[in-house]
Ligand binder design. Sequence first.
Ligand code: FES
Ligand code: FES
Length: 168
Amino acid sequence: MSGKHLIVLNVNGEEHELLVEPRWTLLDVLRHQVELTGTHVGCEHGVCGACTILLDEEPVRACLMFAVQAEGYAIRTVESLGTPAEPNDLQQEFSAQHGLQCGFCTPGFLMLAEGFLAQEPSPSREEIREAVSANLCRCTGYQSIVDAIEATARRRADRPDPEPEAVR
Ligand code: FES
Ligand code: FES
């Protein structure tokens, strides 16, 4: 199919006017048109979760959507969380609890966890385990990822007046 469409995507609080082919996935458009390469490309068919982003705060697979379907949603990528100099609390805990090794899966897990904690601020360990089972990690054995999410939930619960950790 040929022909491009002009769309506007709201990514990390900024509007982007983009000329896209209808067949282009949201994942490819985020990486190649918006030039945010933190969202990783893994299986490209919805299995691994490396491409997980938030759409109106819900974790979704960016490889399973066309970019033209994402108009009108608030899209958040891993770049919305923090910076290498100033990581957010979730990123700090992934580092402190050794929640990553090669790091390929990490952006997807961070966004999965960010969406999960927004919906479930005080999860049990079992609920965290179930949530992270959506994504694949071949390095960590998952324990440290569960530890990191649990520690983040604890930190956020302890905070008297929680401030949003991310750019919206
Ligand atoms: S790259 Fe999207 S789920 Fe694997
Ligand atoms: S840290 Fe290597 S795949 Fe998860």
